[in-house]
Design a binder for this molecule. Sequence first.
Ligand SMILES: CC(C)(COP(=O)(O)OP(=O)(O)OC[C@H]1O[C@@H](n2cnc3c(N)ncnc32)[C@H](O)[C@@H]1OP(=O)(O)O)[C@@H](O)C(=O)NCCC(=O)NCCSC(=O)CC(=O)O
Length: 342
Amino acid sequence: MADQTDDGTKTLDSSNSGESPGVVFPPESPEEGIPHSSATHFNNDLKSVLVTSVLNLEALDVDLYRGTHHWVPRTQRLFGGQIVGQALVAAAKSVSDHHYAHSLHCYFVRAGDPKVPVLYQVERTRDGRSFCVRSVKAIQHGQPILICQASFHMLQESPLQHQFTMPVVPQPEDLLTVEELIHQYLSKPDLAETARQGLNKLLANEVPIEIKPVNPPHFYRHTATQPKQLFWVRARGHIGEGNMKLHCCVAAYVSDYAFLGTALLPYPNYRAKFSASLDHAMWFHSTFRTDEWMLYECESPWAGGSRGLVQGRLWRRDGVLAVSCSQEGVLRVRPATQPSKL
Ligand SMILES: CC(C)(COP(=O)(O)OP(=O)(O)OC[C@H]1O[C@@H](n2cnc3c(N)ncnc32)[C@H](O)[C@@H]1OP(=O)(O)O)[C@@H](O)C(=O)NCCC(=O)NCCSC(=O)CC(=O)O
């Protein structure tokens, strides 16, 4: 039988499936470790819903915007990447076309309520000759749910230039999407009915991101791995080149997806009963297109005290380091053998 854990992860009694019992079901929200992609009916020729809807804020007044939701995780708490992406859209509207986001630092201070829109209030903290700093408060029910500082810079050439080297991995054309991996599982004749139902629910999930894991996820995870994961990722649908501000906002959305789950990979014997990102920081290094495949390299150098730290690098497929990310999240767990209180 399927059993939903405290934070939305599913455990399965797979005694009829030929798999190990008590295993973890693939995550259905960004809170858990294995990334997955969404419904197969998305048409990649269409404009990305991230552009037409999620990041398309309504202007209410000077420096005041309203954002709505497209996809809400099963936790019924707003997706952190959506709030960061929308906050960056709001901040970017108040700077000139010559200023590009180079970094942002955010705290998620309250859970976002999916039943109401989010207001974004921008404060023009400083306008300098080359840098502009903005402070954005995301508000629901009169209270901040996110505070974000974003900084913008004019392009400035420099002889100082270096970067790490991109990991050597299979190209996205040689890998399967998460939906394709799920379909492979669904074709197994000995798959338990509950597992089949759970996998079908995952296929119906409309996350506007497409993912190809480099090391395909264990849909029945029962081995500890290093706290590292690599996956190719891109926005679903067309965005087009030219609007670097927009691609930074889409990268903010994408970068929070499955990120914190990296810290759970060494602990298959524990289930997250509460996990959420606490803060999120990003540094934008070069131009990139989020509607083209980018390699997301995620690792967790530390976990302790019911928190975990994750660091990530988004690479252009030509090897250029495009974005660096860092996040700490709260990770409250229980032994996998202990039943959920829900
Ligand atoms: C992290 C916070 C809950 C703050 O934690 P606090 O512990 O201070 O909050 P709180 O006191 O209201 O308690 C919240 C719940 O935790 C329980 N709780 C509190 N302290 C505890 C402790 N020491 N041990 C065990 N449980 C504890 C409370 O009983 C309550 O459960 P109960 O409610 O059962 O009574 C809050 O800052 C927050 O919600 N921030 C927003 C996080 C977020 O939404 N991030 C973006 C989404 S995550 C995402 O998108 C990406 C990702 O996660 O990967």
